[in-house]
Write a protein that binds this ligand. Sequence first.
Ligand SMILES: [Zn+2]
Length: 98
Amino acid sequence: MNESNGLQRLDALINRLIDSDQTGEEVAPFDLARELGEIRAQLMAMPVVHRSTADQRHYRCEACGTIVHGDGVPGSCPRCSATALVNVDIRPTGVDAG
Ligand SMILES: [Zn+2]
């Protein structure tokens, strides 16, 4: 099978569709559906990011890679329930650069 990740496969599929539009070469709908289904499964298995809505800090689950946002270290990972979450803020909060 193919070792590319879901995003690479999605890009390849987009390129195939663009080629198809330009060359008139048909892409079978069933093949497309199957490829998209496999890509979806791969994307679902990737680490999750829980998006921040405010100026929150970032924490990464050391067990599964999920990124969680919050004002303090979460008690447990919302995805796998592990309790080892580490702060992974790129820039410390409370530092005013300007
Ligand atoms: Zn986790």
